[in-house]
Write a protein of this length. Sequence first.
Length: 185
Amino acid sequence: AVCSGQGIDNVLPQELENVDIEEKLGSNVNLDLEFTAENGYQVPLRKFFSSGKPVILNLVYYRCPMLCNLVLNGQTEALKDLAWTVGDQFEVVTISIDPQEGFNLAQAKKKWYLETYGRSQAAEGWHFLTDHQGNVARLAEQVGFRYKWDPRQQQWAHAAAIMLLTPDGRVSRYLYGVRFKERDL
C-alpha cells in the first residue's frame, strides 16, 4: 500500500467507488420486503423472523466467480463447527443481489450448501432467495451493504461480510472476510 504521507494519494479504482459497508448497528430492517424463495414463490422477510430466532444474513450473488462462494464456504465451515444447528437455534437467509438471477439458481445453491453443511434438519432453516421488485437494493441499503455493477468486468463489485440480525430484525453484528470463527457466530 502506498502511504499518502509520501505525497502520493491512495486512489480507489473507479470500479470500487461506493462499494463498502456502512455499519448500521441497531437499525431495523423492513420485514415486509418480499423476495422470491427457492421454490419460486414470493415470501416476506418476516417469515424468517417469526420463530423468534436470530438470523444470519448473506447478500451475495449465485453466479459470482469467486468472492461470494468464498464467503459462503467460510460461513459453512464455521457453521459445521457450531454445536447449534441451522433451523434449530437460528436461521440463515442468503439473498442474491443480482436482480437477473432466478429461483432455479437459488435452488441449486441451497442443494449444494446443504449437502456441504451435512445436517439434514437445516433444510427448513437455511433459505436461498432472489430479488423481487428491487427489494434486495432496499434491504442492502437498510443494512449498509453497498455494491454496484461493473460493466467492464461483467460482475457485481461488493464487500465480503455477513450480518447477524436479532429475532426482531435489528442489525446486531457484522462479520467481515471469508473465514469466520464459530465463537463469532
